[in-house]
Write a protein that binds this ligand. Structure first.
Ligand SMILES: *Cc1c(COP(=O)(O)O)cnc(C)c1O
Length: 337
């Protein structure tokens, strides 16, 4: 079955974004965060294209994501580490856990697990060992491939937590041996060169997010939705739930196969601009939206494209670029070109 809604994914733009992020930190290898199914684009399609371009370090959140993704070029790391119930898969599967807590470290070592990654928390207070725990001897005997930390405020270049986290990470790096060290996400890559270390881990910038103002990443995702019906609406008649829009003139309204169940939330819909700048009308339904095509030769069965201008949509709504992308549902056909 071919569904009546599509994500049109630009593989060249994806690779161009990866290359741009790589070029910002030329001393570091550039990896890719492909968690949340490649931020909604489809992790397999993303990892295949970036692997072909030379990317060798991939990151997912859960073991279930690692297994669903399958083999990648280079190595795969699991950000959330290992729970007890993950151990059988983690020991057998060709990916590394990123150990986050003393319990995870002990669990991995007691099971005789192989090379691993370790996350140290340098001030975000989310996942990771405290620097004190990391330097207490807890990690003795582990083969650490990558030692990581994560920046809380990299999208605010002047935030004082950035240099504090950098200094804390440098200190830990001087005390714990690992083959490589990694601190920066997309926005971190756009900070000064000394945030790059050996390996960077962009996510949002790869997918057409703009991590900081002026970044050179370009859009990757467009939505295309099929027209289910075109209807004539007389002056003063209303469209949709709540009757929130009334026709100011004799209008032709196209009903598109796309709704909030697909991630086009009610606050997002009105800010999407269909190709040809045809305005959105009324409320977003679960599976449908309406646009005004009075002045356009649009008919039933046509496809309407809705580019996802992430920074503009973020500025216009209360949603982050991350929420908009990862909210895209699973009813789309994901088509790469
Ligand atoms: C999600 C994630 C990334 C990628 O972050 P972006 O802001 O999307 O570039 C990098 N590192 C860690 C630890 C993450 O959880």
């Amino acid at each position: 079955m071919s569904p009546p809604l599509r994500l049109l994914l630009d593989g060249q733009a994806l690779v161009a974004n990866w290359r741009w992020l790589q070029a910002q930190q030329p001393g570091a290898a550039c990896g890719a965060a492909v968690k949340a199914d490649g931020y909604g684009l489809g992790a397999k399609g993303v990892a295949a294209r970036l692997g072909e371009a030379g990317c060798r370090d991939f990151f997912v959140a859960h073991w279930s994501e690692a297994v669903a993704l399958g083999p990648v070029a280079g190595s795969l790391s699991v950000l959330h580490g290992v729970r007890a119930e993950d151990m059988p898969v983690a020991l057998a599967y060709g990916a590394r856990p990123i150990l986050n807590s003393p319990e995870q470290v002990t669990r991995w070592r007691d099971a005789g697990g192989g090379p691993c990654d370790v996350m140290v928390d340098t001030g975000m207070n989310r996942l990771g060992l405290t620097p004190a725990d990391a330097c207490s001897g807890l990690l003795d005997g582990l083969t650490i491939e990558t030692l990581l930390s994560h920046l809380a405020c990299a999208d605010e270049p002047d935030h004082p937590l950035n240099p504090r986290q950098l200094a804390a990470f440098r200190d830990v790096r001087g005390r714990i041996a690992a083959r490589r060290y990694s601190l920066a996400n997309s926005a971190g890559i756009c900070l000064r060169a000394d945030y790059g270390f050996d390996l960077t881990r962009p996510g949002i910038g790869l997918y057409g997010g703009v991590p900081v103002e002026g970044a050179g990443t370009v859009a990757v995702v467009r939505i295309a939705a099929q027209v289910l019906q075109v209807r004539a609406v007389a002056v003063g008649e209303t469209v949709g739930y709540g009757a929130t829009w009334a026709a100011p003139r004799e209008s032709r309204i196209a009903i598109l196969n796309l709704g909030y169940a697909d991630g086009v939330l009610r606050q997002l819909g009105p800010h999407l601009v269909a190709d040809g700048a045809r305005p959105f009308v009324g409320r977003v339904s679960m599976d449908l939206i309406a646009i005004d095509v009075t002045d356009a030769p649009v008919g039933e069965g046509d496809w309407i494209e809705l580019p996802l201008d992430l920074p503009r949509l973020e500025a216009a709504t209360a949603l982050s670029q991350y929420e908009i992308l990862t909210g895209l549902g699973d009813r789309f056909d994901r088509l790469w070109r």
